[in-house]
Write a new protein. Structure first.
Length: 341
């Protein structure tokens, strides 16, 4: 699934940018970034339509890329899942809704929740260029921590939203979103230690509530990275000229790091669990080294030797975040004492 913004979304964003001072947007975007780095939530940062548009110019492409990557993996792991309804909680720019409509074109209805009036207005403006589910989305201004229960939907998504919620209210918010999810619940957070910690807490709460963890974890055991590393992934996306100018960047691409979680109701049929690659593959003279999270709950390293031509040919096409097909390794990774490459 391409990380590029869909043509309809890019066109809608371009229309929203017509006649708007790029210098003003860049200054607003810089203030917003500074506030977020300081840990201030969007309520005190996104004050009007211009602030929301500045945020979209700098963050919409990366948010969309992370969401479409996570949702595409959800679709791969639940191949029979075909949601008709969507609940996008903390909708922001509606990046997750656009991503969902690309992954599942059969979406018929969407409900958008957000406490920010400027974000809801912008999401509606951008959604007007999208498929019917987005054009006709039900918009609700609501605080995710106090307004439930939420409308039931086949698919519930909260992207880059948990960071906006006080830590003592995150688990109760997850519980309300899980109650609303008839099939899958997908969470996407920044790929930072703090984002991983929020995902990890949500994972524990969802397992306790009877959810099946679909991705990225291939098991329900304790995360083997706790205390050693944090689980996150990366997607590379292009930067258009306005995007580069707003961010003061020269490089024509950026790498968005994100953490995510996909949880399923017990009736959702899932693909077989396979080891997942937790870091960029390391190519060397002997072969390709992979850091893997295994279905048995272990964290392992595997070397795919060049001499094993069939497995090596498969491994060369694998990337960070992928799962390893059965023919990519001659044995399953496992335990913490797996061989080092």
């Amino acid at each position: 699934m391409s990380p590029d913004l869909p043509a309809g979304l890019q066109a809608a964003l371009d229309r929203a940018l017509e006649g708007v001072s790029r210098r003003d947007l860049a200054e607003r975007a810089a203030r917003t970034s500074e506030a977020y780095r300081a840990g201030r939530p969007s309520a005190g940062v996104i004050r009007d339509a211009a602030d929301a548009l500045a945020y979209a110019l700098t963050r919409l492409p990366a948010t969309y890329a992370a969401c479409v990557t996570a949702l595409a993996e959800a679709a791969r792991m639940a191949p029979g899942f075909a949601p008709r309804s969507l609940l996008d909680a903390g909708v922001g720019t509606a990046a997750a809704s656009w991503a969902a409509s690309q992954v599942w074109p059969g979406l018929e209805a969407a409900t958008w929740l957000d406490a920010s009036a400027p974000f809801l207005t912008l999401a509606t403006t951008l959604g007007a260029g999208g498929p019917p589910a987005l054009r006709d989305a039900e918009v609700r201004r609501a605080d995710l921590t106090g307004g439930g229960p939420w409308p039931a939907a086949d698919l519930a998504v909260a992207s880059y939203a948990l960071a906006e919620i006080a830590s003592d209210k995150q688990i109760s918010t997850i519980a309300e979103l899980w109650n609303a999810a008839g099939g899958l619940l997908v969470l996407v957070e920044p790929g930072t230690p703090a984002g991983y910690a929020r995902i990890l807490a949500a994972r524990g709460a969802l397992i306790a509530a009877g959810a099946s963890i679909v991705a990225p974890c291939p098991h329900h055991d304790r995360c083997p990275l706790v205390g050693e590393d944090w689980c996150h992934f990366s997607v590379r996306l292009p930067r258009r000229r306005d995007h580069r100018l707003a961010k003061g960047a020269d490089v024509p691409f950026e790498d968005e790091r994100f953490s995510y979680l996909v949880a399923a109701r017990p009736h959702i049929a899932l693909a077989p669990r396979q080891p997942r690659i937790l870091a960029p593959p390391r190519a060397g003279k002997p072969g390709i080294g992979l850091k893997l999270c295994a279905p048995d709950g272990g964290l392992g390293q595997r070397l795919i030797a060049k001499r094993d031509k069939a497995a090596f040919a498969v491994a060369r096409r694998l990337d960070w975040g992928d799962v390893t097909p059965d023919d990519a390794t001659d044995e399953k990774p496992g335990g913490r004492h797996a061989e080092e490459p």
